[in-house]
Design a binder for this molecule. Sequence first.
Ligand code: FES
Ligand code: FES
Length: 156
Amino acid sequence: MPSVRFRLNGVETDIEAGPDRSLLEILRGSFGMTGSHFGCGAGECGACNVIVDDRAVAACNTPLWSVADKDITTIEGLGSLEQPHPLQRAFIAEQALQCGYCVSGILMSAAALLKRNSTPTSREIKEALDGNLCRCGSHNRMVRAVLRAADAMAAG
Ligand code: FES
Ligand code: FES
């Protein structure tokens, strides 16, 4: 079985697995990281989004071989209960979720945006979240939460 090496939430990682298996299957099944959710399984809903280098990608649609030597961040690496990421604080402050199923993918899309652009406009946030579906209709509050997190990060 070939082995694929990458950094997962900052930790050098090596896994023996079929290189064509999806990153989502490996994260959830082999590493027990179940924060990235399975929605459509076809790269269309964003529930499984993770950050690869500085871009949000759909893990369900990303073959393991394609992340060799890359930096992967999942929701488990974004923040912790003790030290939430500013986005997580802002989502709570804005009550920017209902059922929560889409939220880990949305947080990863927003975190990838803030890595590239620390002062996004509402329009840029909407564009960045365009590939993330939310059946609960929480998008407006999510945009406000991302703006709030950007402000908090700018204020240090
Ligand atoms: S589950 Fe991956 S995009 Fe929908
Ligand atoms: S909060 Fe329920 S799907 Fe987005």
